[in-house]
Unconditional design. Structure first.
Ligand SMILES: [Zn+2]
Length: 122
């Protein structure tokens, strides 16, 4: 449960203190969020190997599909036809406006999937 809160905060999967992103970025700034290479708090390396975050694309796809379905369900209440082209336009606008958030959240989720295992103390 605490992992879900930490993913939403975007903090380090190792120490749960240091932030993973230098700046938030934003769609209106035409800028994607910038990541730290290492955790500012515990020096944990976020990109374990070159191209590690390519895998975050799968998370991003799943998140986008979930958002698209949620948008369809919510907006279908406001239209009489089941497949109104205006719903598709609304879904496209919502997905475009969520791009930066999806980018950020999918990288954090990916880092948490491969987070270092806690060692048991004797
Ligand atoms: Zn850390």
């Amino acid at each position: 449960m605490s992992d879900i809160i930490n993913i939403a905060k975007g903090v380090c999967p190792n120490c749960q203190e240091g932030k993973m992103f230098k700046e938030r970025g934003g769609l209106l700034k035409f800028k994607f969020p910038q990541m730290y290479e290492n955790c500012p708090s515990c020096n944990h390396k976020f990109e374990k190997e070159p191209g590690f975050f390519y895998g975050a694309m799968y998370i991003s796809y799943a998140v986008s599909v979930a958002e698209g379905i949620a948008t369809y369900v919510i907006s279908s209440f406001f239209f009489t036809q089941k497949l109104d082209y205006r719903i598709m336009i609304i879904i496209a606008i919502v997905l475009l406006s969520m791009t930066v958030i999806n980018y950020r959240i999918s990288r954090v989720i990916w880092a948490y999937i491969f987070k270092p295992k806690k060692r048991l103390s004797n």
